[in-house]
Design a binder for this molecule. Structure first.
Ligand SMILES: Cc1cc2nc3c(=O)[nH]c(=O)nc-3n(C[C@H](O)[C@H](O)[C@H](O)COP(=O)(O)OP(=O)(O)OC[C@H]3O[C@@H](n4cnc5c(N)ncnc54)[C@H](O)[C@@H]3O)c2cc1C
Length: 404
């Protein structure tokens, strides 16, 4: 297969590239570069407003809800260019997870209430699925939601864990058990909860990279109007599967991997071994080439899926393969950066440091391109866990692709 973008798509790429060149502020670029999770809320908000003003706040939504009519390839180009410009590819829980479910299964009131403020950057969302004893085995989740005596509110009790960004989220979409008498998957519902509701406690979990985007969320007698249940009670499992299938090729993390490889090259060009750039030394050049070849192969797999309609059907095993390969590459490419930095990798940057504070810390030993790389290396150890653990993905591949 000889893949080439059409001249129209290349023109589109130029248009998008120009937009990002003009609109990614130094502050946005800083948080995009270091991979802060989450970036400060005010920066994120401003960024979403910038995208929204251009009509690109959620390009993958249907046009009638404020999205675009772009082809899958154009959406691909858009994300690739955004990451290359260090724009903030953030807030997916709202735009890529909650919104498609509300668009497909929510009622008009829910669509009108929850989608516009998300698009315009006023409101951020978190995803409350995992629990202490329900991660890979999500169907065993125990957080209960019971209708009160008036039948107007659900009363929610339970605990979620690893809830990314709950500290900055205004709302959360939760999987809750509304019926314990049926098969586990059949008793789960999809509930939208205001994170400021009485009875919610959010406790940050500090991750190995010093970030505090992860949290535990405790729900104690939280009263939720029943209008905030999406679709039918007991259909939450089906909606969650729809949500996870919606962004199938994103599991390859192709934009991330390509961008981080370029950063590794910048570092390796600047690091000298006996006066020779590390990038030009045979051993390191070989490592770079191996990873680059694997990223390229993965990118072509993604492009084949995006361009061939027939490949988009029955993709389950393919999606799991993309996830396994993509997440392993995330780990390899960030390891390559740290490898290239050598002893400089020992410096740990504060996750919250704004550009000015971070700059103040820089000196000749730690040039700008080293900023946040060690943190990223550590955080990416989780990439083979989140979004579906690697072993579970391999089980899916074994079953669906090989019938084992
Ligand atoms: C950085 C990060 C962000 C996250 N963000 C969110 C979020 O925003 N919202 C949310 O709801 N969740 C989130 N999660 C949770 C994530 O979805 C779970 O961590 C993941 O599904 C794995 O579940 P677990 O942690 O309970 O591990 P477990 O399921 O307990 O797995 C532990 C180990 O056992 C292995 N294992 C489990 N079952 C099998 C099996 N059947 N066969 C072989 N091996 C198996 C796994 O591969 C893993 O190595 C996040 C996790 C991380 C690390």
């Amino acid at each position: 297969m000889n893949f080439q973008f059409s001249p129209e798509d290349e023109n589109f790429r130029q248009e998008v590239r120009q937009f990002f060149q003009d609109s990614v502020s130094p502050e946005v670029a800083h948080f995009g570069y270091v991979g802060a999770h989450p970036p400060p809320r005010d920066v994120l908000r401003q960024w979403q407003k910038t995208l929204h003003a251009r009509g690109w706040g959620a390009p993958h939504w249907p046009q009638e809800f404020g999205g675009t009519d772009w082809s899958p390839i154009r959406k691909h180009i858009f994300l690739e260019e955004m990451l290359n410009a260090n724009g903030l590819d953030y807030g997916w829980q709202g735009t890529h997870m909650m919104a498609p479910v509300v668009i497909a299964f929510g009622n008009e009131w829910q669509q009108q209430t929850f989608l516009p403020p998300l698009l315009s950057g006023e409101v951020f969302w978190c995803q409350g699925f995992s629990e202490p004893n329900a991660g890979s085995d999500l169907a065993s989740l125990k957080t209960r939601a019971e209708l009160d005596e008036n039948g107007t509110h659900y009363v929610v009790n339970g605990q979620k864990i690893w809830t990314s960004d709950a500290t900055i989220a205004d709302w959360g979409f939760f999987l809750v058990r509304t019926d314990s008498t049926v098969k586990p998957q059949r008793g789960i519902s999809f509930l939208l909860i205001d994170m400021k509701s009485p009875g919610i406690t959010v406790r940050p979990i500090i991750s190995i990279d010093g970030g505090h985007g992860l949290t535990e969320v405790f729900l104690e007698n939280v009263r939720v109007p029943k209008e905030q249940l999406v679709g039918e009670p007991g259909m939450g499992w089906t909606y969650a599967k729809y949500l996870l299938e919606k962004e199938r090729t994103s599991s390859a993390f192709i934009y991330f991997n390509k961008r981080e490889l370029e950063k590794a090259k910048v570092i390796a060009r600047a690091e000298l071994i006996d006066g020779v750039p590390l990038l030009e030394t045979p051993v390191f050049a070989r490592k770079v080439a191996e990873i680059e070849a694997d990223i390229l192969a993965l990118e072509w797999s993604v492009l084949r899926i995006l361009t061939k309609e027939e490949l988009r059907d029955n993709l389950d095993a393919v999606v799991s393969t993309l996830k396994v390969r993509g997440s392993e590459l995330q780990q390899r490419v960030t390891e390559l950066q740290v490898d290239a930095m050598g002893p400089r990798a020992l410096r740990f940057f504060s996750h919250d440091a704004r550009q000015k504070d971070a700059c103040d810390e820089w000196d000749d030993l730690w040039p700008a391109h080293t900023l946040g790389r060690t943190n990223m290396y550590f955080f990416q150890r989780a990439s083979t866990i989140y979004g579906g653990a690697r072993e579970v993905q391999k089980n899916i591949i074994a079953k669906l692709a090989f019938g084992l």
